[in-house]
Design a protein around this ligand. Structure first.
Ligand code: DGL
Length: 280
């Protein structure tokens, strides 16, 4: 496969709209770079899909972003970070192009969490794939061995967001149910990781059902800080990322549908093109 070697935009990938919360955090901090966002909306959600399928879909998306000229791709999706990142880094990158990089969202969140919890009782809300992979538990244990992590999967939360029902009264039932379940696992939790990039869109409902004083941690800001630090430490990669302040959007779904939903996330009109990644 012949991939372009010239500098290009930073790629941000998610199964659907959730990664827009990560892109938003990154663009707030580093507006000068060019970006391409790829949402695999036609095949979302990924959360209940098997390891092999998430890996296959994520690999297709990463290759697409490489073909679009990205030298650096952020998996703005916890499920893809949990199930596909390591294999892509260790097996695919050396074959595709050892100079390119693919980074995820779990490590930056694990790095910050020990500084945010006051009592070392941390909760994790994520997709079934992310929670069952135990990726957070393992990353956090490496950095902060005293932290106890309790996790609950929230299977209906992503569809609520993808189908624009995040503000509906029906969403209250599902949000309360999972938060109650998490707090039953460990009533001392003082910090909750929103371990799915979609979940910040449910923030008003989440805040309604957590105990006062419990800190909710969305990831966008921390992933952005970590990326900034990464580019600062890796000047060679920084030089391979173009800086024109632009952002393009690719979706495997209908572009008009994407535009409509992206407006809710980003509050701006965006330029969207359709792409095909493969079969559902
Ligand atoms: N937003 C993604 C995540 O962070 C994936 C949600 C899904 O597709 O199930 O896990």
């Amino acid at each position: 496969m012949k991939l372009p070697s010239s500098p290009g935009p930073i790629g941000v990938f998610d199964s659907g709209y959730g990664g827009l919360t990560i892109l938003h955090g990154i663009r707030q901090l580093m507006p000068e770079y060019d970006y391409i966002y790829l949402g695999d909306n036609a095949r979302a959600p990924y959360g209940t899909r098997s390891f092999d399928v998430v890996y296959k879909f994520t690999r297709q998306a990463v290759i697409k972003l490489f073909e679009e000229g990205c030298q650096l791709v952020i998996l703005g999706c916890n499920t893809a970070s949990a199930k596909a990142l390591r294999t892509i880094q260790q097996k695919d990158l050396p074959e595709l192009d050892p100079k390119r990089r693919v980074l995820g969202v779990i490590r930056p969140t694990a790095e910050i969490i020990g500084k945010l919890t006051r009592n070392n009782h941390v909760g994790l809300l994520g997709t079934e794939g992310t929670v069952k992979s135990h990726s957070y538990d393992m990353e956090i244990a490496k950095l902060w061995p005293d932290i106890k992590v309790s996790g609950v999967a929230c299977p209906f939360w992503v569809p609520l967001i993808e189908y624009n029902e995040a503000d509906s009264p029906g969403a209250d039932y599902f949000v309360k149910k999972r938060i109650d379940e998490l707090m039953r696992q460990d009533p001392d939790i003082d910090t909750i990781i929103l371990g799915c990039t979609h979940y910040p869109l449910l923030m008003p409902k989440i805040l309604k059902y957590v105990k006062p004083g419990v800190r909710i941690v969305p990831q966008g800001e921390y992933v952005a800080e970590s990326l900034k630090d990464y580019l600062h430490r890796h000047g060679d990669m920084d030089a391979r990322c173009t800086k024109g302040g632009t952002c393009r959007y690719l979706t495997t779904e209908n572009p008009d549908k994407f535009k409509e939903s992206a407006r809710i996330f980003l509050k701006e009109d965006v330029l969207v093109s359709h792409i095909d990644l493969g079969e559902c």
